[in-house]
Design a protein around this ligand. Structure first.
Ligand code: TMP
Ligand code: ASP
Length: 239
C-alpha cells in the first residue's frame, strides 16, 4: 500500500506532520530548518531533513528490535516517514550521562563533568514559556501526565538510555545527553514518539571529544552538515 500526505496537521520548527487516508497513521516530513534558543537563532542545515529522517529511522528500528514500543512504522522516502498517530504528552524528557549545556550552566560545573549518577529531567513543552524545566509534581499539577505515567516514562527512558549508549559507543561516540518525547496511541498506550537525531542528542567523538551534533549550529562551530553525515555514516556501519 502506498501512503500519501493529505492535510498538514501541524508544523514545528524542524518537521511537518500530515494526515493520511488511515486515521491512525501520519506522515512526518523532515525539513532542513534549524533553530536554537527557542527559535531566536534560525538557519538551515543543508540536507538536515534527509539526514535526520535516516538517522531517526535507523535508531528507531534498533530500539524496536530491542523491544521498545514506538510510533515509527517505516521510512517512506528521503524526507518522509510513516508513523502511528499519537497525542503527544507535553513533556520533554532529558537524560544526562555527562554534564553539558543548560545543566552545566545552571549548576556552574564545567562541561564534560561526569556525575556519579544519571540525571533525568522533565521540561514542560510550551514554546510561549521557553519549555521550562519542571519536576514531576509540576507535570501532574499541569495535567501533562499522572504520577504512574511519569514513573512508566522514566522507566522506559532508562532502558532507552542504556540501549542508545551501547549503540553509539560501538561507533566511538559518547552519548552525553538527549531529549525524547512520548505520545499516547489510539488505545491510550504511552509509546516513544518524535525524532532521535543530532538535533536532540549531544554526541561527542570518544577520542577527540569533537561535538557531532546541533551544538555546532547553536555555538557557530562550523562543519554542521559534516557532523550529521559523520553520525549517519557511523550508525550505518553498525546497522
Ligand atoms: P540542554 O542542555 O540545552 O537543556 O539540552 C539537553 C538536551 O536536549 C540536548 O541533547 C539537546 C536536547 N534539546 C532538544 O532536543 N530540544 C531543545 O529545545 C533543547 C533546548 C534541547
Ligand atoms: N528546539 C530549540 C528551539 O527552540 C532548539 C535547540 O535544540 O536548542 O529553537
Amino acid at each position: 500500500m502506498s501512503y500519501e500526505k493529505l492535510e498538514m496537521l501541524y508544523e514545528g520548527k524542524a518537521k511537518q506532520v500530515y494526515s493520511t487516508a488511515d486515521p491512525n497513521l501520519i506522515i512526518i516530513y523532515y525539513k532542513d530548518d534549524a533553530t536554537a534558543f527557542n527559535a531566536v537563532k534560525r538557519g538551515t542545515i543543508e540536507d538536515k531533513g534527509s539526514l535526520n529522517n535516516e538517522i531517526t529511522a535507523l535508531i528507531y528500528e534498533y530500539l524496536m528490535a530491542q523491544g521498545i514500543e514506538t510510533h515509527f512504522v517505516k521510512k517512506l522516502n528521503d524526507r518522509e516517514q510513516l508513523c502511528k498517530k499519537v497525542s503527544i504528552v507535553p513533556l520533554e524528557v532529558v537524560t544526562r550521562n555527562i554534564l553539558a549545556g543548560s545543566t552545566a550552566r545552571i549548576l556552574g560545573v564545567e562541561e564534560g563533568t561526569q556525575p556519579p549518577n544519571i540525571i533525568y529531567e522533565l521540561c514542560y513543552k510550551k514554546d510561549a514559556l521557553g519549555d521550562p524545566l519542571i519536576n514531576e509534581h509540576h507535570a501532574v499539577a499541569l495535567g501533562a501526565a499522572t504520577y504512574d505515567e511519569i514513573k512508566y516514562i522514566f522507566s522506559v527512558t532508562e532502558k532507552i538510555n542504556t540501549l542508545l549508549k551501547d549503540l553509539f559507543i560501538k561507533e566511538d561516540i559518547i552519548l552525553v545527553d538527549f531529549k525524547i518525547e512520548f505520545g499516547k496511541d489510539s488505545t491510550g498506550k504511552i509509546i516513544l514518539a518524535d525524532e532521535i537525531t543530532p538535533d536532540t542528542c549531544r554526541l561527542w567523538d570518544k577520542h577527540t571529544l569533537k561535538k557531532l551534533d546541533k551544538d555546532r549550529f547553536r555555538r557557530d562551530l562550523g562543519d554542521v552538515r559534516e557532523a550529521y553525515v559523520e553520525i549517519l555514516q557511523r550508525l550505518k556501519k553498525t546497522n
